[in-house]
Design a protein around this ligand. Structure first.
Ligand code: THU
Length: 159
């Protein structure tokens, strides 16, 4: 029997279509991206997380001469916020990545390992985390939950 899983996402055309809070997250992610530590790939990624108390925290990808020891911007940021504010729910995660030299780009979605890490916190807090991934040009894709980016997800309910 053939079955289907449908995922939902919203395509936001441009920066002007964002509300003020979303614009703040976009600006925070695009600003921090400029100081990403990515000397090996020269692919700079910035991430901004909104907590339920209204605070925004940011992070970038952190690379390493021993390549696998590096970490993506999403995990750098979500691990830091979860470590420092374990009782604060994460409401939104905004990510923007593009090659260092690029002036234009397409929206870059979180990698598989980051999706799995984000899912852990969504499951822990029993509340959805909205995910935004954007291009330098202001095209943005948005999902209401990380599960939309991770169908057939594995979580602690299977253990
Ligand atoms: N990267 C991220 O920071 N987030 C992603 O979701 C995809 C990839 C980083 C990892 C590495 O430093 C560089 O981008 C190239 O893969």
């Amino acid at each position: 029997m053939q079955k289907e899983i449908n995922i939902r996402f919203e395509a936001i055309e441009n920066y002007a279509s964002l509300n003020d809070l979303e614009k703040k997250l976009f600006d925070a992610a695009i600003d921090i991206r400029k100081i990403a530590y990515a000397p090996y790939s020269e692919f700079l990624v910035g991430c901004a997380i909104l907590l339920e108390n209204g605070e925004i925290y940011t992070g970038t990808n952190q690379e390493n001469a021993a390549y696998p020891s590096g970490l993506c911007a999403e995990r750098t940021t979500i691990f830091w916020t979860a470590a420092n504010f374990p009782d604060q729910k994460i409401k939104k995660l905004f990510v923007i990545g593009a090659p260092k030299a690029a002036t234009s780009s397409t929206p870059i979605p979180p990698c598989g390992a980051c999706r799995q890490s984000i899912l852990e916190y969504e499951a822990k807090q029993k509340d959805l985390i909205e995910i935004y991934f954007a291009s330098l040009d202001g095209e943005i894709f948005k999902t209401k939950s990380i599960r939309d980016l991770l169908p057939f997800s594995f979580d602690s309910s299977f253990l």
